[in-house]
Structures are given as C-alpha cells and as structure tokens.
Design a protein around this ligand. Structure first.
Ligand code: HEC
Ligand SMILES: [Cu+2]
Length: 307
C-alpha cells in the first residue's frame, strides 16, 4: 500500500479493508458450506434428505434476507459518508489551478507562480484543485492521497486534499490519453509551512494570476465592450463572480467558474437576458491558461470594472 499521506487516506483504506474483509468472510462461508454439503449429500450417503419443516425454512429465508439488507445498508452509509467528505470542499482551502494537456500537468498558484509536473504545497493546509484540460480527458491521480479525479476539456472539475506528512509523492495521469500517457507523471512536494512560504515568495515577474488576467482583459479587447466607456451594450462584469444572472429565454444561472469559462469560449451558450449575443467566441484565441487568469481577475473585488 502507498503511504497514507492525506487526511482522508486512512478513512478510504478503512472502507476498503471493511469491504475486502466482508467479501472474504462471505466467500469463505459459502465455499465451506459448498464443500460440507457436497460431502455430506454425496450419492449413496445415508444423510437425511427431504423437505425442511415449514417454519425452519421460513426463518432461514427471513434471516438471510434481513442480514444481507442490513449489511448493504451499512456499506452504503459508510461509503456515502466518506464520499460526502471527499466532495465537500473545505472553506479555507488554498486554490490551485490545474491545466492538463498532452502530455504534461500545468499548475498555477494564486500568486502567479507556475509549475510543470510538480506541485509544491504546505503540509496541513487543505488544497482545492480546480482542473481542466486543453485537449483530451486526463485524470489527476495521487495514490498517496487516495485522490483520483477526471480532468475534462471544456469543464472544470474539483478535488481537494490536505497533506499530513512532508515528502514527495507521485502524481499520475490515470486516463489513457495518447502516445506519451505513461510519461504524464509528476510529483507533489509537501513542504513545512515556513519552507513553503519562502518558496512561494520566489514569485516570478509575471505578477499574480489576477494581475495577469487584468492585462489579458485589455489585450484581448474585453474592455472594448465590457469597459465603462464602451459603445457596445454589454453587461458590466464588475463583481460578476457568484452573481445570479437572468438568462435570455428564462431562468437564472450562477456566475461560477464554469459559467465564466463558457461565457468566454462559447458565448452563444448562455446569453444574458436583455442583451444581443454579439460577443465573439475566444475559442482558439484565449487558451485554457488565459481563461484561468481571466477568471482569477474577474473574481477580485474590482475585477472587470476597468475603463
Ligand atoms: C464585441 C463585444 C464583446 C467583447 C469583445 C467581449 N464581450 Fe463579453 N459579452 C458581450 C455581450 C453583448 C454579452 C452579453 C450577451 C451574452 O451573454 O452573450 C457578454 C457577456 C459576457 C459574460 C457574461 C456576463 C454576465 O453578466 O453573465 C462574460 C463573463 C463575458 N462577456 C466576458 C468577456 C471577456 C472575458 C471578454 C474578453 C476575453 C469579453 N467578454 C469580450 C460582448 C463582448
Ligand atoms: Cu493524460
């Protein structure tokens, strides 16, 4: 077994042990009975045959049905509680963006620090991964943390972990994604908090993700329509993140990461009520990395409110 290096790892191993244990128990019981009965009731043996009395067979029937039901209920409860914990993102988590492509992992920290096939994180701090792919389906797999999450093009998927022990752990792609799939590996470097703080201060000259996003917002001409002095009638993007937007044709959508991502790459998909869909698609112009930056910028308090 790989080391149990995340807070959820022992619980997942525990569940697996219980499932394996129960399966072994049931298989042994059934095999033992099979052997005993084949010997006892072999042809020519003098063992007593014939029907069981009515009440005995009824009690056996009710007994095994109820036992199976409660075992299934117990497994469901145990597994569902764990799955709930896996999908409940901790509030104070540090956010890391993951963009997968054939055949590498690109990771971006909120302060703009970028890494390829390596992720530095502090020990004892929950880390939330927001992931997307630039081409085909990949899967982010860290055995020591017991996390495996598919990474899909055109969608954001999430996973989280809290590393328990300092060390370097393997990262794999667990979804066959072409020729060099087997080389799409990396390392998660779990550091003591102070060392991580020092490491992350070595910021590169590009600025934070949000600052880079602000720059892109101008470079890609978003301001031409969404800026305050724009001539085109387009909705203001100031404070857009988390807002409930009325949609053309009825209904509402919450402006989350996926919504903003799609607004940029497939603007015709969700049109804001009261506006003409004149926004061009940025498919092929803005890469997934660019979209990550634009979203980081639009999430800041005064993001999107530039001239
Ligand atoms: C040609 C003008 C134009 C340009 C350029 C433009 N947009 Fe838009 N955008 C619009 C219009 C009009 C809408 C509203 C209709 C719709 O939802 O498609 C819109 C909608 C949006 C929305 C959804 C807004 C909401 O209130 O729900 C987002 C997010 C957005 N744009 C982001 C961007 C970003 C980021 C860029 C630059 C990469 C950009 N836009 C460039 C015209 C533009
Ligand atoms: Cu892959």
């Amino acid at each position: 077994m790989p080391p149990e290096a995340s807070t959820l790892a022992p619980r997942i191993d525990h569940l697996m042990l219980i499932l394996v244990g129960m399966s072994v128990l049931i298989v042994s019981l059934v095999s033992a009975l099979l052997i005993v009965f084949s010997i006892r009731y072999r042809r020519g043996s003098t063992a007593k045959r014939g029907r069981l009395p009515e009440w005995v067979s009824r009690e056996i029937e009710i007994g095994w049905t109820a036992a199976t039901f409660f075992v299934a209920l117990f497994i469901f409860w145990f597994a569902a509680a764990l799955q709930g914990a896996q999908y409940k993102m901790p509030k104070n988590a540090m956010e890391v963006h993951v963009v997968a492509k054939q055949w590498m992992w690109k990771l971006e920290h909120p302060n703009g620090r970028r890494e390829i096939n390596a992720l530095h994180v502090p020990v004892g701090v929950p880390v939330r991964l927001v992931m997307t792919s630039q081409d085909v389906i990949h899967s982010f797999f860290v055995p020591a943390f017991r996390i495996k999450q598919d990474v899909l093009p055109g969608r954001y998927t999430e996973a989280w972990f809290e590393a328990k022990e300092v060390g370097t752990y393997h990262l794999f792609c667990a979804e066959y994604c072409g020729t060099d799939h087997s080389k799409m590996t990396g390392g998660i470097v779990v550091m003591p908090r102070a060392a991580y703080a020092r490491w992350s201060r070595g910021v590169d000259e590009h600025g934070t993700l949000a600052q880079q996003g602000a720059q892109l917002f101008r470079q890609l001409g978003c301001t031409g329509c969404h800026g305050q002095s724009a001539r085109v009638r387009a909705p203001s993007l100031a404070g857009i993140f988390g807002r409930r937007q009325p949609m053309e044709g009825g209904g509402f959508k919450v402006a989350d990461e996926e919504y903003i991502h799609d607004s940029i790459l497939q603007p015709q998909k969700d049109v804001v009520a009261g506006y003409t869909p004149v926004m061009p698609s940025y498919q092929g112009i803005a890469s997934e990395d660019d979209v990550v930056r634009l979203i980081a910028y639009l999430k800041t308090p005064n993001g999107g409110s530039v001239e």
